[in-house]
Design a protein around this ligand. Structure first.
Ligand SMILES: *Cc1c(COP(=O)(O)O)cnc(C)c1O
Length: 222
């Protein structure tokens, strides 16, 4: 199937309030252009250099979402144009994004990445680490970022119930911190969860942004 047909098929399964981030990492510019021509405007990339090259080559009404693991020294390259950064998992990174956003004269929406999977990885706040960071309150002084919600990745598993539990836990956590810290901030509204294999489950559990790659662009070679 063509990228255009894949995109249509995915879009047709999404409720109207759910936004699709087309994850185009490792795919060539031509594939992104094809998705663009089919109407897609939100793209997700996981390497700053690759995203910046694509940003430079493609139309300027694209929203670029950074979904990869962040390195402090790369933030400055995307600060002038990135629409949302999904993977923020420390106060230090948030402060660095704020600093680079200020230099670029922008306010960058960021999502707090929460570790919800059973797999051991070093990425993402635990629920408690995130609570602590929010309680501590230093983030309120950062004027060039907005906290726009949370992001998480489920365990890579065929166990649909496990996946559902993990997504539910992120949905519950979102509501908890929304109530406690962002009750008066309508911009804290995103739950970024769900990928090619599990996005329908994520939607059942409150996702607002799904990050779908291979189902649109085909398998990646990496
Ligand atoms: C690669 C990636 C995706 C997309 O994965 P697919 O299985 O190809 O849909 C989504 N989110 C993150 C964080 C990724 O790194």
């Amino acid at each position: 199937m063509s990228i255009q047909a894949n995109l249509k098929e995915v879009q047709s399964t999404l409720p109207p309030h759910i936004r699709l981030v087309a994850v185009s990492k490792f795919h060539p510019i031509e594939s992104l252009q094809e998705a663009y021509d089919a109407g897609q405007r939100v793209f997700g990339e996981s390497k700053v250099q690759e995203m910046t090259q694509k940003y430079e080559a493609l139309p300027k009404d694209i929203e670029w979402h950074f979904i990869g693991h962040l390195q402090t020294n790369k933030i400055k390259y995307m600060a002038p144009y990135v629409a949302m950064i999904h993977g923020v998992d420390s106060f230090k990174l948030l402060a660095e994004i704020d600093k680079q956003a200020a230099k670029a004269g922008r306010i960058i929406p960021c999502l707090l990445q929460i570790h919800i999977a059973q797999e051991e990885t070093k990425f993402g706040f635990s629920f408690d680490e995130c609570r602590e960071m929010l309680e501590q309150g230093e983030w309120k002084k950062l004027k060039n970022i907005t906290l726009a919600g949370v992001m998480g990745m489920g365990t890579f598993t065929d166990d649909r119930e496990e996946t559902a539990r993990e997504f539910q836990s992120l949905g519950d956590f979102f509501l908890e911190i929304k109530q406690k810290h962002f009750a008066d901030e309508p911009s804290f509204k995103e739950i970024s969860m769900g990928m090619s294999d599990d996005y329908p489950i994520a939607i059942e559990h409150g996702s607002t942004l799904v990050r779908v790659g291979s189902r649109i662009f085909g398998e990646r070679n990496y």
